[in-house]
Ligand binder design. Structure first.
Ligand code: AMP
Ligand code: TRP
Length: 412
């Protein structure tokens, strides 16, 4: 099982040409960009596939002097703002489920990120619990993965401050999400945290010496910054400099790889196939929330934007809505792209929409039932978050200690 999943991971080398969506889907896995791989095999098209990480192997810099073997590590998170929607699910959470069987996984609710734009203090803790319950309802298994709340592990904020001293402000000014969100929020009035947000995200990832980070397409640039920051800190403070200060020497941080799924990485709005489905879009008609009741899902699909071309097809740039709805159908029905293309080529919108509605309801209903069960058992949810934070803190504190040492701080 593990080997089968992992043999699907795809890692592109820096010099590799752009991977077409069809070649990615042939490999039925995630796209990632890397040159740092120890065991790889080369596909005839020049792409590299990470193909053998199903057995334990030495990974993090912490272990480099011992022969301790550990699983590769994966971290990811979702903000507790608004409701979790189909984009969050297909772009991120759904992909975490298979990974937890083979990797050491840590999934957090990034509440500290949720305060970067104005928010409701009465809602934050509720949204944080709700998001944790959604993770578990979607299939995150607390006996395999650590599930915790970001603010419960103090090292996140502490490392962020240390990292921010090594982050050139120009890197942050270039972030597309910062430009977009600050423009929307009225530039001069936005909080500084919106600008420094990617440093907190880098801290979330680097604290755990993560190997892979499964996220949707919109987080690619933040991952790129995380990688650059890890390399910069390793260069500025790692290696011999760190050794002279009594440290282990070598790399302080592992440089992580993004894992972007070949389908679902960018689920589009139901009302505009050119905009991303998002929590912050004013109209709720633009998204399917994971907890939407059946009749709401049916209504949203009935009213969603379509086009007037005959038949249905993937990958026609003039038909973004069509591509999006077919991709959603593919992912929630569990069918292959080829099967969906065949099944739908003779259909029109009137016959496709009920199919899509049924597939969505069938996929989301069990999640909604589990959500209600988990949500009503607050003692269970508390214990999961408690244990998750405990395990996460152990790893995070070890990294933080190394960073303080390498940066020359006097320790107690
Ligand atoms: P956020 O809601 O910003 O906390 O996003 C949480 C995760 O969902 C991240 O990995 C995002 O990349 C992913 N995500 C958010 N919106 C979409 C979307 N429309 N399509 C695919 N993935 C998404
Ligand atoms: N920035 C991510 C988003 O908005 C959420 C996030 C914060 C995250 N820290 C992370 C994702 C660390 C992966 C790893 O979607």
């Amino acid at each position: 099982m593990g080997r089968a999943i992992l043999s699907h991971f795809l890692i592109l080398s820096n010099s590799a040409p752009q991977l077409s969506s069809s070649s990615i889907s042939k490999l039925n896995g995630f796209a990632s960009r890397s040159v740092r791989i120890r065991q790889n095999s080369k596909y005839s098209n020049g792409f590299r596939c990470y193909c053998d990480v199903s057995h334990s192997q030495q990974t993090s810099p912490e272990d480099s002097r011992t022969s301790v073997t550990v699983k590769k590590r994966i971290v990811s998170g979702v903000q507790p703002t608004g409701s979790v929607h189909l984009g969050n699910y297909l772009g991120a959470i759904k992909n975490w489920i298979a990974l937890q069987n083979t990797y050491e996984t840590l999934f957090f609710i990034v509440d500290l990120h949720a305060i970067t734009l104005p928010y409701d203090t009465k809602e934050l803790s509720k949204a944080t619990r709700d998001t944790a319950a959604i993770y578990l309802a979607c299939g995150i298994d607390a006996s395999k993965a650590s599930v915790f709340v970001q603010s419960h592990v103090h090292a996140h904020v502490e490392l962020m401050w240390l990292l921010s001293s090594a982050t050139p402000i120009g890197w942050l000014n270039r972030m597309i999400q910062f430009k977009e969100k600050s423009r929307k929020a009225g530039d001069e009035n936005v909080g500084v945290a919106l600008l420094t947000y990617p440093v907190l995200m880098a801290s979330d990832i680097l604290l755990y010496q993560s190997d892979f980070v499964p996220v949707g397409e919109d987080q690619k640039q933040h991952l790129e910054l995380t990688r650059e920051l890890a390399e910069r800190v390793n260069y500025l403070y790692g290696g011999r400099k760190w050794k002279k200060l009594g440290g282990r020497g070598g790399a302080i941080f592992k440089v992580p790889e993004p894992l972007i799924p070949p389908a679902g990485a960018r689920v589009m709005s139901l009302t505009d196939g050119l905009s991303k489905m998002s929590k912050s879009a004013p109209s709720d008609q633009s998204r399917i929330n994971l907890l939407d009741p059946k009749d709401v899902i049916a209504n949203k699909i009935k009213r969603c934007k379509t086009d007037s071309f005959p038949a249905l097809e993937f990958d026609n740039p003039e038909r973004p809505e069509c591509n999006n709805l077919l991709s959603v159908y593919q992912l929630v029905s569990g069918k292959t792209k080829e099967d969906v293309a065949k099944e739908c080529q003779g259909l029109n919108w009137g016959s496709f929409k009920p199919l899509l509605t049924d597939a969505l309801i069938e996929h989301l209903h069990p999640i909604q039932v589990r959500y209600e069960e988990i949500h009503s058992d607050s003692a269970y949810l508390d214990s999961v978050l408690e244990e998750g934070a405990r395990k996460a803190s152990e790893i995070a504190d070890a990294t933080l200690k190394n960073v303080y040492q390498a940066m020359g701080f006097l320790r107690r």
